[in-house]
Design a protein around this ligand. Structure first.
Ligand code: NAG
Ligand code: NAG
Length: 194
């Protein structure tokens, strides 16, 4: 009787042990995505790196998607070591990394929006992580350079005008002095024939 009771306890223990193990296995199987930065700001022509790292059992399938307003566009899908499939529009600007990261170079204004990475494991369960990219125009810096150049040009023009005015004045003075000096000689030469 006591023995039987003991066995029952054992069965219960085993059941608890099993369910804990199953739970831990499930946790281990769950996909996790880590990324140091989810919100990025860059300028036109810059490069950007969407840096991620993930945990997943088996060979994962990683997919990057771009979303802006109503537009949703696939950028690339790949299985590390198996295949890489990058959408034609992006093929020259996108690089994909083993850890799931993606870099996009020569940014355009239209690249601003949401980027989603989806990691799918061999059992078909998946997890997403989203990023926000803001792309700024470089107009402000251009304008600043332009205004500095304009001020420098205006200054040079002012200096040139001042120099010309001084030269003109000096010329007139020299000419007047020369005329004064030549006056008596002229008179003499003019008077000679008489
Ligand atoms: C992923 O790999 C890339 C390239 O090796 C690296 O630059 C990046 O920092 C990695 N990301 C993380 C979160 O470790
Ligand atoms: C790559 O993408 C194209 C277009 O999205 C698709 O037709 C093709 O089947 C894909 N290839 C692989 C190996 O997934």
């Amino acid at each position: 009787m006591l023995m039987w009771h003991f066995r029952l306890c054992n069965v219960q223990d085993v059941a608890v042990f099993l369910s804990i193990t199953l739970y831990l296995c499930h946790l281990a199987e769950a996909i996790s995505i880590y990324s140091p930065q989810r919100s990025l700001t860059r300028s036109v022509q810059d490069d950007v790196m969407f840096s991620v790292e993930f945990n997943c059992s088996g060979i994962p399938t990683i997919q990057w998607t771009f979303m802006s307003g109503a537009v949703s566009r696939a950028i690339g899908t790949w299985q590390p070591g198996v295949y890489i499939n990058i959408t034609v529009d992006y093929s020259s600007r996108v690089r994909l990394y083993e850890n799931g990261s993606m870099s996009l170079s020569h940014l355009r204004l239209q690249d601003g929006g949401f980027y989603v990475v989806t990691v799918t494991d061999s059992t078909g369960s998946s997890k997403d992580a989203g990023f926000v990219l803001k792309v700024n125009e470089v107009l402000y810096e251009d304008l600043q350079y332009l205004s500095v150049a304009a001020v420098a040009l205006a200054f040079c023009a002012g200096l040139l005008m001042l120099a010309m005015w001084l030269l003109h004045k000096a010329c007139r003075k020299i000419r007047a002095r020369r005329r004064k000096k030549q006056m008596p000689e002229n008179d003499a030469t003019e008077l000679q024939p008489l």
